[in-house]
Design a protein. Structure first.
Length: 325
């Protein structure tokens, strides 16, 4: 029996959707939502032109509420008109617009390409428009044309995140079917990751992790003292002496100060030792680059010069002896 009830409710919802679409076609009706509350049944109607939906002094809304209550058995219906902020990012609004322009006699090609450009200009991640039917005029066979731009999901569970709508136009030459798919700017797919944003987030996280220990080291010692103070205050509330608590807090503060001074002294000593080690290393490295030039080096050079001068004389003596013989 429950299944029949669910089927009846679904049929009523479909019939109500068709009724609202026929009545508010000029206002740019796209879809309706039914929200049940304990007092009333709220029906939210999305339109592109809310002025035409409301009518003069709300006459359209009054007539629609009466008709819904009589024909569909909905108790205390309350119509709420909601304007679509950007019709170029609503698939139903785009398909209705294409249908109206084609029926007026505009070329489907020019209308489709202009609509595609407007949708991408509004910030959509991806668009797909499929037009099929009598596109070539009288005597032409049916044809299917696909126009797409950007990123689009066609298969899988994530296609539910894509806004989809279809409609049919009836110009003089024959019926033309229109299908529109739009990926809105705020849609996030689980398998799509932008590398630049990922790297920026990773860089920020690394910087934050580096700054955290530095901030903890430079922060005053008031925060560590606060915890024991609170604990001791609890003891006092239970009946402990105030003087004893004050003495313990002062002793803990002095201990923390001593720890801080010891840390600073250790860091200073480490820096001094590093600086001294660097100077010693520089002094040891200097003798390797420069050679000492003492008196022995000068004597060697003088001896070499003398030997060089004596050699030509010996050669002359040998030549003279040979001539005498």
């Amino acid at each position: 029996m429950k299944e029949k009830l669910f089927v009846e409710q679904a049929i009523k919802r479909v019939e109500l959707e068709r009724f609202l679409k026929n009545q508010l076609e000029e206002a740019g009706f796209t879809k309706s939502e039914i929200v049940k509350t304990p007092l009333v049944t709220r029906i939210v109607v999305n339109v592109t032109r809310p002025g035409l939906a409301i009518g003069k002094s709300g006459q359209n809304i009054k007539s629609l509420t009466d008709a819904i209550q009589k024909n569909y058995g909905i108790e205390n219906p309350q119509l709420e008109i909601r304007e679509i902020q950007n019709p170029n990012l609503d698939a139903a609004a785009v398909s209705n617009k294409l249908k109206a322009l084609i029926e007026r006699g505009y070329s489907w090609r020019s209308v489709a390409y202009k609509t595609l450009k407007d949708i991408m200009g509004s910030g959509a991640q991806g668009v797909e428009i499929i037009v099929s039917g009598k596109l070539q005029g009288k005597g032409g066979r049916k044809k299917k044309q696909r126009i797409a731009a950007g990123y689009m999901k066609k298969v899988g569970y994530q296609t539910r995140l894509v806004d989809y709508a279809k409609s049919a136009a009836y110009p003089k030459q024959g019926a033309i079917g229109i299908k529109v798919r739009i990926v809105k700017p705020d849609t996030q797919f689980a398998d799509k990751v932008e590398i630049m944003q990922f790297l920026e987030q990773r860089k920020k996280a690394a910087e934050a992790s580096q700054k955290a220990p530095e901030a903890a080291a430079t922060a005053p010692s008031a925060a560590p003292v606060a915890a024991p103070v609170v604990a001791q205050a609890g003891k006092a509330a239970e009946g402990g002496g105030v003087a004893e608590i004050a003495v313990e807090v002062v002793e803990m503060a002095e201990k923390e100060k001593n720890v801080d001074t010891e840390k600073k002294a250790a860091e200073k000593g480490r820096k001094d030792s590093q600086a001294a080690g660097g100077k010693a290393h520089a002094k040891e490295a200097k003798p390797e680059h420069k050679e000492k030039k003492g008196p022995e080096h000068k004597v060697k050079k003088e001896n070499e010069g003398k030997e060089h001068k004596k050699e030509p004389g010996k050669a002359k003596e040998k030549n003279e002896k040979v001539d005498g013989q």
